[in-house]
Write a protein that binds this ligand. Structure first.
Ligand SMILES: C[S@@+](CC[C@H](N)C(=O)[O-])C[C@H]1O[C@@H](n2cnc3c(N)ncnc32)[C@H](O)[C@@H]1O
Length: 256
């Protein structure tokens, strides 16, 4: 029988809650599977505390083209690494919101923020399927190996489109499939938490983004993960610059 959304979210919270506790207290990078040194330029992560672990599969800030004063939203911000890199890029006049649903991860991220003194970063508790973020307030959405974990990607893409400003950008790393998974693979909760069972085929991913309202959606790069039938990719999408210039069909027809 297919897994329910509650079962999947429960397994994901438990898995990342445990990893957050490990990363904040007892272990070195190998013990928490911290991939930081493989994914980021050493210069960029120099000076970060070891507790700023990476559980990601890419480096979305490298493709996001962040500019001074922008507002950035990181979906599933984990220990906060991509938020801290974004905070440097947008500067003191910019703002970064890290959204995560797991209490232990939020505690770790807040501890890391205080240690780094990253005043323009805020970690907010919430789910990316129903974001606690106002409409049209975000310039750039980033995310690192998180959207695959959602049992309702259509809601994630709809919410992403809603919170972006007109002309806003979406630049994420995520896991995609190179073939359909078997039923057993799809129902394996540890494979869900490990970022594989919930992954989509690339055409399906892009079609869902377009259905959510994005004007353009594309795969920027693909990296194999050994001989697995899934791979890590960077994906970009754009909200049309014309959206939001009108308040709805009535006012448009009145020409305002
Ligand atoms: C694979 S880790 C990636 C963390 C971080 N992006 C990084 O690169 O290190 C996934 C993170 O997403 C969070 N997460 C998973 N599903 C979520 C959801 N539906 N809404 C909000 N956060 C979620 C988890 O709590 C966890 O911190």
């Amino acid at each position: 029988m297919a897994r329910t959304a509650d079962e999947i979210k429960g397994a994901v919270k438990e898995f990342y809650g445990e990893r957050a506790v490990k990363a904040s207290s007892c272990c070195g990078p190998e013990d928490v599977n911290d991939y930081k040194e493989k994914l980021y330029l050493l210069d960029d992560i120099k000076g970060m505390p070891e507790t700023v672990a990476s559980f990601g599969c890419g480096n979305p800030t490298a493709i996001a083209g962040l500019k001074t004063s922008e507002t950035v939203l990181d979906l599933g911000s984990g220990a906060g690494l991509d938020c801290f890199l974004s905070a440097k890029a947008v500067g003191e006049t910019g703002r970064v919101i890290g959204l995560d649903m797991t209490d232990e991860m939020l505690a770790l991220a807040n501890k890391n923020r205080d240690e780094l003194g990253a005043k323009n970063v805020e970690f907010r508790k919430g789910e990316m399927e129903s974001m606690p973020i106002d409409d049209g307030t975000v310039d750039v959405i980033i995310s690192n190996c998180v959207i695959n974990l959602s049992p309702d990607k259509d809601a994630v893409f709809r919410e992403s489109h809603r919170v972006l400003k007109a002309g806003g950008r979406f630049h994420v790393s995520d896991v995609l499939l190179s073939r359909e998974l078997t039923e057993a693979e799809t129902n394996d909760l540890s494979l869900w938490a490990g970022c594989a069972s919930g992954a989509l085929l690339e055409d399906d991913y892009l079609a869902r983004m377009k259905a959510a309202g994005f004007a353009e959606a594309r795969i920027d790069s693909r990296s194999k993960i050994g001989s697995k039938p899934w791979f890590s990719a960077t994906i970009s999408a754009f909200k049309s610059a014309d959206e939001g210039s009108c308040c709805g069909p009535t006012c448009c027809s009145l020409g305002s």
